[in-house]
Design a protein around this ligand. Sequence first.
Ligand code: SAM
Length: 217
Amino acid sequence: MITGERVSAYINSLYPGSGGFLEKLEEEARAAHVPVIRRETQSLLRFLIASHRPRNILEVGTAVGFSALFMSAYASGDCRIVTIENNDRRISEARKNFARAGAEDRITLLEGDAMEVLESLDGSYDLIFIDAAKGQYPGYFPRVMKVLEEGGLLVSDNVLQGGEIMESRFAVERRNRTIHARMREYLYVLTHHEELTTSILPVGDGVTVSVRTGKNA
Ligand code: SAM
């Protein structure tokens, strides 16, 4: 958590929640130690969906489908979501959850390694949410840029690594140094890319929101 515990607890106490099936699914996922987006990130996504009104969402990192169902619940009825996952157990749980929610016609789950699946995508997306292997974010980036529409949003979760991102690489445990370096590289690219305008937000474990403004960004 980047902000103080008490500040986050207070902000979360104001979050109205999503109720019904989504809350049940969130509880089930947390009980099974499956990672799902935090309340703060839910609130941000809900805001972005309400203001941006996406029609085609791409998600990298489905887990058991919570965030895909969450986005689907707050997007317009004609919004379609494509989500990518490579873990077999989670794929089968996500498919069950999409069926339980009656959302199979709105959410398409693509199975496999995101690096490969992203290469095979055609079509374009006006909101892309990245929430998968942190060390792979720089690898996903050129692939998602190929399908991100002008004016579209790119949202990336877990970018501040519990605040460790600001530390020198020598202060980071050796086994975390590759991820640390890659995430720093990713943040540099997002904030210096000529077609993107990016804000890094200390929300949850850190979220970036980038808009593709074109070459004059
Ligand atoms: N977005 C989900 C939610 O909030 O409900 C949580 C996603 S979880 C943080 C990250 C997921 O990305 C995991 O289920 C993991 O198996 C998946 N993942 C990691 N690397 C991947 C890759 N290279 N290709 C596809 N999925 C990947």
